[in-house]
Design a protein around this ligand. Structure first.
Ligand code: 0A1
Ligand code: ZN
Length: 843
């Protein structure tokens, strides 16, 4: 393993390096097990100290300083050259040997399906050669690749075959190299400055008919970045490469973005609408990093949210502009609550800017990314859109080419707006989701709202100070008319009272557009929620009202076996059948809170969640909705068909998403008759997969084999087949189904996508199966984590978070989970990544 005694790294210990790097030249001679890397790095001295460079799993072949051999020391993780042998400016020439083929961790230079590729964020470069592998050391690069592959790529502009020059100084984590048998789809973009840019999407031969959408998304991203942020592209080529074996979604390497192939490849027959939307968002995200991340990078990894929060915020803005803004916002908040609120409420809670870590790869989290984006959104709400634009312009002007901190970021806003944002910075420092409790009162023509904020203690943070919460709010009359249009109230103390002179008691519509990532607790009645569902002018809060109604009806079913309230079913049917509303919005209204969400709701209400009962309650409420809709259900299924050729555009996708929800309901009534017809008639993967899921849930015994026979050779579609087969299994059979799938000839567990399909198909998509009282789900997860950990610590550590909610459950389940966590923690040779995660979850 990498490190015998894992060290904790602290933000407070940051120190700049004693040497700067002026230039990096790399020469690669590629070979699966014996790649040679020659580096020529020029350094300039800042302080007369030893030169200590990172390097892991490298075989050193030669080392020279200004052409001469010098004494040096090697450890498992570092190369040290004593200061006495170094001058003010010198060139270090090193040759190392590495073995990409045996690099199963997928960090550094590795092989995927016969092609060479790299992943250097966060600390992968140290597995390529000796270097300061940290983001604040930036240099221009020159790269030469010798290989017998048809294509050889690196960062920057090509100067000759296999030769690349990147003039923009960059840190090691943005270095990339790709070589293999690849084919390109090529297009062009002319920037606002008149630069002609060649755009390529490289894929494996046979996949070239699935690149159009990624290319289209790239061109739209480049244009949007110019129109909205005024930022043009800055090289002559922009390359995207699709790779099958990849730990994450994609990587923003300068001029050479590397993508998990599932976020590039799309055809109507093989990709769903959700895939198309993800491709659009991720292509944009990686492209936007060129300014927020690459041109302006992070001083150290504690500042990760500087690039990630801002870039997520920007890709969300982009997707909102490309599609329906309210629907995008609802989906972003659903994600935030499902992943980030869950993280913030458990043992893995950490601030948006953490202050300590053992393994930085464990901090590419929903908190850094999604809560980081919410913090930017709150800043924009507080200062206003024009001031936000001005601050961003100042940020780009002031910090271009630098490695920055959150302090630099906030300073830009303070300087451009004159505001004191010192209290706002708490959003970066305090972990946990604030609870905002609101009570109201109406007396003698005065309406009063009392607001209180409180954040629960979290690991290392027993007391939390009040944060600045922008609350976008309006007031609605009992008749549904708006009596106060949206205004933004700033709450900066623990308590706040608001007063309004009114004729009658209104219904408050708080946190419009979800203006802050907080948990709102109100005493709102079901009747008031029905008024908001029908009349709120804020689409987010209309949806929020529907979610709260669904939740209370589900909770009533769960705790008392009560049938859903007729008033809610009537209101729901009215919204779902309202043709004036966006079908995507109606689909979101119809989507009941997830099983995990309900488990959390139980926990919040002081009830120990029973995953089996939650599963049944959701089914029962689904059935009640279907029965209540009556004839409207099949009529709407017919009306939401999208005949004609498939288009991934938002309008058609919206109809398909509503139709998929309706088909789910219909399946509860007819046992799958209509889903079978839909399956047989499907001409695109969105419709086919939706019907497939319905049929599996109805216990159809033939559809799985038919789907498999149809798609056996398509690895991305087969990932869906694996995942859906586990997700839709009866909870009592889920472990058996998943276990059988791990014995399937195509279960390549070393491929992170395939591994996730089956393992997360269980842990995330079949919670009642995962939390089965037998504990078999927990054992299944632990078995596979231990197996993968020896090869790929990063993905293992990430997937261990399935256990993070263990405290919610009953003592028996708690004991069963603890048993598995202990088993993992004490496993000999456990990776630093997994050890840190499991350790934090056990604490
Ligand atoms: N920076 C990339 C995601 C990424 C992060 C970490 C990785 O390895 C530890 C790989 C990719 C992004 O935000 O898209
Ligand atoms: Zn990113």
């Amino acid at each position: 393993m990498r490190d015998a005694a894992p060290q904790t790294i602290y933000l407070k210990d940051y120190t700049p390096t004693p040497y700067n790097v002026a230039h990096v030249a790399l020469d690669f001679t590629l070979h699966p097990t014996a790649t040679r890397v020659q580096s020529r790095i020029t350094f300039t001295r800042v302080r007369a100290e030893d030169l200590v460079l990172n390097g892991e799993d490298l075989i050193l072949k030669s080392l020279r300083v200004d052409g001469a051999e010098v004494p040096h020391e090697l450890s498992e993780t570092h190369l040290t050259i004593p200061a006495a042998h170094l001058s003010d400016a010198f060139t270090l020439e090193v040759e190392v040997e590495i073995s990409p083929q045996t690099n199963t961790a997928l960090e550094g230079l590795y092989m995927s399906g016969g092609m060479y590729c790299t992943q250097c964020e966060a600390e992968g470069f140290r597995k390529i050669t000796y270097m300061y592998d940290r983001p604040d050391v930036m240099a221009p690069y020159e790269v030469t690749i010798h290989a017998d592959t048809p294509v050889q790529l690196s960062n920057g502009n090509p100067t000759a075959p296999g030769c690349w020059t990147d003039p923009h100084p960059k840190p090691t984590y943005l270095f990339a190299l790709v070589a293999g048998d690849l084919v390109a789809t090529t297009d062009h973009f002319t920037t606002m400055e008149g630069r002609e840019v060649t755009l390529n999407v490289y894929v494996r031969p046979g996949d070239e008919d699935k690149t159009d959408y990624a290319m289209d998304a790239l061109k739209r991203s480049m244009k949007w970045e110019e129109d909205v942020y005024g930022r043009p592209y800055d090289l002559d080529v922009f390359n995207i490469v699709a790779v099958d074996d990849f730990n994450m979604g994609a990587m923003e390497n300068k001029g050479l973005n590397i993508f998990n192939s599932k976020y590039v490849l799309a055809s109507p027959e093989t990709a769903t609408d959700t895939d198309y939307a993800m491709i659009e968002g991720i292509v944009a995200h990686e492209y936007f990093h060129n300014w927020t991340g690459n041109r302006i990078t992070c001083r150290d990894w504690f500042q990760l949210c500087l690039k990630e929060g801002l870039t997520v915020y920007r890709d969300q803005q982009f997707s909102a502009d490309m599609r329906s803004a309210p629907v995008q916002r609802i989906k972003d908040v659903l994600q935030l609550r499902a992943r980030q609120f869950r993280e913030d409420a458990g043992p893995l809670a950490h601030p948006v800017r953490p202050e300590a870590f053992v393994e930085i790869n464990n901090f590419y989290t929903a908190t850094v990314y999604e809560k980081g984006a919410e913090v930017i959104g709150m800043l924009r709400t507080l200062v206003g859109p024009a001031a936000y634009d001005a601050a961003l312009t100042l940020y780009f002007d002031r910090h271009d080419g630098q490695a920055c901190t959150i302090e630099d970021w906030i300073q830009v806003f303070e300087d451009s707006t004159g505001r004191d944002l010192s209290q706002f910075k708490r959003w970066y420092a305090q972990a946990g989701t604030p609870h905002l409790t609101v009570t109201d009162d109406f007396k003698n023509g005065e309406y009063t709202l009392h607001l209180k904020q409180k954040t629960k203690p979290s690991a290392g943070q027993p007391d939390k100070a009040p944060q600045v919460i922008p609350i976008a709010m309006g007031l609605i009359g009992a008749d549904g008319a708006e009596v106060l249009p949206t205004q933004v109230v700033e709450m900066s103390e623990a308590e706040l009272t608001l007063r309004y002179e009114l004729d009658a008691k209104p219904i408050p519509s708080l946190l419009r557009g979800f203006s802050a990532p907080v948990i709102l607790e109100t005493e709102q009645s079901e009747a008031d929620r029905l008024v908001l569902l029908a009349h709120d002018t804020d689409p987010f809060n209309r949806w929020e009202a529907s979610t709260l109604l669904a939740k209370s009806n589900l909770m009533a079913n769960l705790t008392a076996g009560s049938a859903p309230a007729t008033a809610w079913l009537d209101a729901l049917t009215k919204v779902i059948t309202d043709d004036t509303l966006d079908p995507a919005f109606r689909a979101l209204v119809l989507a009941l809170p997830s099983e995990d969400n309900l488990a959390n709701a139980c926990d919040a209400a002081g009830i120990v969640p029973d995953p089996t009962a939650i599963h049944s309650a959701r089914k029962a409420v689904h059935l009640a909705i279907a029965q209540h809709m009556g004839e409207a259900l099949p009529a709407l299924i017919a009306a939401t068909a999208t005949p004609g050729p498939y288009s991934p555009a938002a309008n058609d996708a919206a109809k398909r998403s509503l139709r998929a929800q309706l088909l789910r309901l219909q399946t509860r009534l007819d046992g799958g008759t209509m889903a079978r017809a839909a399956y047989d008639a499907a001409t695109n993967m969105t419709d086919q997969l939706a019907a497939f899921g319905c049929l599996l849930s109805a216990g159809d015994t033939t559809v799985a084999a038919a789907f498999e026979a149809q798609w056996r050779t398509d690895r991305l579609v087969m990932d869906k087949w694996f995942a859906m087969s586990v997700a839709e299994a009866d909870p009592d059979d889920a472990v058996a189904v998943a276990t059988a799938l791990t014995q399937h000839a195509d279960f390549d567990w070393k491929n992170p996508n395939r591994f996730r399909s089956v393992i997360a198909g269980m842990t995330a998509m079949n919670p009642a199966g995962f939390h089965h009282p037998s504990g078999a789900g927990y054992r299944f997860l632990a078995d596979w984590l231990l197996k993968l950990d020896a090869l790929n610590p990063q993905t293992t550590a990430r997937m261990s978070t399935a256990f993070e909610t263990w405290r919610r459950y009953d003592v028996d389940r708690q004991a069963l989970i603890q048993e598995q966590l202990a088993r993992i923690a004490t496993h000999p040779g456990l990776s630093r990544d997994t050890a840190e995660m499991v350790g934090r979850m056990r604490d």
